[in-house]
Design a protein around this ligand. Structure first.
Ligand code: PNS
Length: 162
């Protein structure tokens, strides 16, 4: 039986930290679903469909080895998506105690709701301080985010030359 895991997130936008977690998850599981969870109450920089496309392009450009499905999910519980595709595990990256505090209740809830386990991967130190929200902030203030995001995302967030 093939082992399927889901790597969920807002991915607004995908960062090199996300890409690292996805790549390492693909070494552990046979198939990885990268799921852009769209929260209609949260205003995002990139529309969900564009975030899906940016992830697909980043995985292809980086030639990340593995069997990937990139999808959006906005219609219910994340564990319902897991059930639909036969995934029993979520994979998340945790960078700090703040992430542990944020992720722990969700992990316990997802196991309680549907028996879906969560596996946490520690970051590559090179990406330990990278977050989508900081990338958005730096880009909005005219900074260069190319060290923190895949090339296709950096291209979109490039500071104006004028
Ligand atoms: O990248 P983020 O914003 O930290 O991702 C958070 C996300 C989307 C993974 C989280 O909000 C989530 O799992 N949402 C799904 C909603 C859900 O199923 N909630 C109930 C169980 S916790």
């Amino acid at each position: 039986m093939s082992r399927i895991a889901v790597v969920p997130g807002s991915f607004d936008p995908i960062t090199l930290g996300h890409l690292d977690v996805i790549e390492r998850a693909a070494r552990i599981f046979d198939q990885i679903h990268v799921v852009v969870v769209h929260n209609p109450d949260k205003s995002a920089l990139f529309p969900a469909a564009q975030r899906v496309q940016l992830i697909q392009d980043a995985l292809a450009e980086a030639r990340v080895p593995g069997d990937f499905v990139v999808a959006g999910w906005s219609v219910g519980l994340l564990v319902d998506y897991c059930k639909d595709v036969g995934a029993t595990v979520l994979v998340k990256g945790i960078r700090s105690q703040v992430d542990v505090a944020y992720e722990t209740p969700m992990a316990i809830m997802n196991r309680s709701l549907a028996g879906v386990e969560t596996i946490f991967l520690l970051p590559d130190p090179a990406h330990a301080l990278v977050s989508s929200s900081l990338v958005r902030q730096v880009a909005s203030l005219g900074g260069d985010v190319s060290p923190y995001v895949p090339r296709n995302v950096a291209e979109l967030l490039k500071p104006n030359d004028v």
